[in-house]
Design a protein. Sequence first.
Length: 481
Amino acid sequence: MRSRTSSGDVAGIDGEETAGREVGEVGDRRPVDVAAARGERSTPPRADELPIVGKVVQLMRHTDEFYQEVGYGYDADAVRYRVNRTEAVMVTHPEYVQQVLVEDDADYRKGKVLSRAFDGLAPNGLVASEGEQWARDRALVQPAFYQDRIETYADAMVDAAESTVGDWADADVVRVDTDLKDLTLRIIARTMFGTDLSGKGAVIEDAAEVILERMTPTNPSSFLPVWVPTPTNVRFVRTMRELRDVMSELVAERRASDGDGDDLLSMLVDSEYDDGSTMDRETLQDHLVTFVFAGHETTALLLTWALWSLANHPDAQSRVHEELDTVLDGDGPTADAVADAQVLQNVVDETTRLYPPAYNTFRESTRDVQVGPYEIPEGTTLTTPQWVLHRDERWYDDPLEFDPGRWTPSMRDDLPEYAHYPFGGGPRSCIGNRFATLESKLVLATVLDRFEVEPVTDELGYDFSATLQPDRPVKLAFTER
């Protein structure tokens, strides 16, 4: 597998060379195909692939090369390919992504790719569930993520961040990727579950590690049912059993408590559906697993990539310092203060553009559909990869450069809506997007108000797992301002 480093060079992880364009480079983007330009209906072109297995070998061994080729290598904004017996189409134009995720959402379901990925993990959680169950549960959970409710969590977010920052003040070198996972887990525990997860954090972190291992495209287990007894699957089943035990304890503790909490866990335990029924135990556990994993893993990654990028771009970091000196004026970060911090918002947007923690989105057509000019059969898996669209030179100048300053008001006005969609889109967009954005801005403000950040890890690539992971430990140095 090959990955791009901070300097723009391509680092060979396994020492192999790749034919054609270097992996990670943005290809010379083309117009849409001739039939599409004429408004004629067409079938997406098929990518070059191996007999029987299709693109599976490339996807496993050279994931970045797979996205480079299928995303940029053909004169079309939709390209067909196969992964074993799964027929798929990669969609790479913002208008077509919007059509799939928003306008024609009813013509799609999450499908077999997501079902396989969440088999044994959280099939009844909001990420993987379908149809009526998803709609009922989304409505039940939604009030916990209203903007006014989320802003009440700000003090807890800042308190947790200040505790972590205090530890960094005495350290010569900090491994931020692990510390930030600990931080975001504590924030989720306090704000969403009303607890500190004392003694339970290690089980959750172990589970997150095994989940990522199983959902990594380079791992053969990611293409197999969970009941196939590979070493990864055996560890996964055992760890998930332990994680579910932790979730059961949290539910039991909350049900036994005398107080009426207003956090997410209390909502799930106490709320009733319109017919008067309540959430069954298995579904309740799946929701907790989903929120504890998705709620801390992706935000920790966003913060890791942001701090590392700012450490390697001191001019951009200086602009954040200048803004924080103005908007905070010596006080601690608050939801109102960071709402006015446009430079900080630009950093978050640029980080999620260049390093989207959730780098691909999957749907499956429930009937024969038309996406733009392309005819796509029922049962086809559609991928709308943020990784490809966020790095497309049609929408971004110098798309591989970290440049928060690109996010000017005029640039935002001109950018197609679905050229930047780190939290997905449509009815099934990430329910926690406002929570994650506020948390990220408050943590970054807490850190950067106090410290200048310098790189210790000066080159960093990425691994495509369930989320976009750094390919090595991320170490930074913090100096009091």
